[in-house]
Design a protein. Structure first.
Length: 208
């Protein structure tokens, strides 16, 4: 469920991509080691409240349990350039009940590495965000796209979720493999001091 972090990878427009430098060479130093310069929101990552909320919690202030729990993948793969409404979520209410992470499958990860990845992905309407906030006790929301908000707009969806202490997981992949399958979701970010966000390794553990 996690994109590879590497030089030249897609990043949010205006953000620098990661830089890899060879710090140790086996033949010269007796060991291999790299120096990596990376933004906290590169690749598959978790947003903390501190990202947009003044005085909000940083990732390192959350307990480990915040990054794992029951998950559900909702299928919105036919919503190209569309908005996911509250009624769209209401139709899937039965699937959401009892889960702690709601993950939106749009199929946008197929555009990873192309210009299309940055445009046209479906986003939640304000009504849909309110529906999730008012009716469920969630730990996090996520999707297989670059942002929980449409490009070029105010980050209202981010602010609404993060303001309630709900984590946001962006740039997921392979969510189609989890459709209609019960699973536990795990998304462990790097434990960085005062972190507004951090790259993470996301995985699902299927029920057997």
């Amino acid at each position: 469920m996690t994109h590879l972090i590497c030089p030249g990878m897609p990043v949010y427009p205006g953000t620098d991509g990661p830089i890899f430098e060879q710090a140790g060479v086996l033949e010269r130093d007796g060991y291999e080691e790299k120096r990596i310069i990376i933004h906290t929101h590169n690749g598959t990552h978790v947003d903390a409240p501190r990202h947009l909320i003044k005085g909000g919690m940083c990732l390192d202030e959350f307990q480990m349990e915040a990054f794992m729990g029951r998950g559900v993948v909702l299928d919105f793969s036919g919503f190209d350039n569309g908005t996911i409404s509250g009624s769209d979520l209401l139709e899937r209410e039965y699937s959401i009940i009892g889960n702690e992470f709601v993950l939106l499958y749009t199929g946008w990860d197929k555009y990873w590495g192309s210009e299309q990845y940055y445009h046209g992905y479906p986003v939640l309407s304000p009504e849909a965000v309110d529906y999730l906030l008012d009716n469920f006790q969630l730990k996090g929301v996520g999707g297989d796209f670059i942002s929980m908000d449409a490009p070029g707009r105010q980050l209202k969806n981010h602010t609404a979720f993060l303001g309630k202490g709900i984590l946001i997981v962006e740039n997921l992949m392979n969510l189609h493999l989890l459709l209609n399958r019960p699973f536990s979701f795990i998304c462990l970010p790097l434990k960085l001091e005062d972190s507004d966000g951090a790259p993470a390794r996301a995985a699902a553990v299927l029920d057997w």
